[in-house]
Design a protein around this ligand. Sequence first.
Ligand SMILES: [Fe+2]
Length: 253
Amino acid sequence: MIDLHSHILHEMDDGAKSLQEAVRLCALGRINHIKKIVATPHFNALGDIDNFISQRDEKASLLKSEIEKNNIQTQLYTGAEVFVDDDIFFSNNLKRLTINNSKYLLVEFSFYGLRIKHVSDYLNELFSMGVVPIIAHPERYEFFQSDYDAINEFASRGVLFQLNAGSLASRDGREEFELAYEMAFKGVASFIATDAHSLAHRPNDIGEMLRQFPQDINPELMNKMLVTNPQIVLNDDDMPRIRYRRIEKRRFY
Ligand SMILES: [Fe+2]
């Protein structure tokens, strides 16, 4: 599997606190069949990109040499999880933060006080910058939980979605699970990733989480979300137009 979203680099954000913990997360991922990890530290749209990239790359190369020393068969890539708010209209060079220097940019939004109209404007702005937005954990936002149709609309515009494995494994709330399940089941989501922060908080034990997933998600879709689609991103190939069914709010219990 390929983990497209992780906070595995130490002392970059609220993720791994030490190089040792970063190595342990790589080892845990490897036991769970994660062969490729993309390190995506948090970045604010108006942050200092040069400084961010130099710190990130330095920590990634430290981690790479530790992985080798410890004989962990994991390949490490870099990107960022870009926090998008109104500052997006003043930022430039976000293209430099894409996953593995592809056209795909992982983005997140505020959990509070945001309307779909704002999100829509941000997405337009990202497309106009020439990047393809991948929305991280859409199932965690209240504005999507209460408006599934917005996701249908964004998907039709070519926006991509990454679910957190923990949501599908019911480690988060009921609303998160229901939206994640509906998106995975209907093929609207393109990726599942761990969003790993530490061994204690949102770890990357995805093998364990897979056992907790609803078992009726099409295995072909599962393979796409965990392996094929993330590889397309790493290769910077074009994502095939997704064929999905409209999602709708339903009750699973
Ligand atoms: Fe994250």
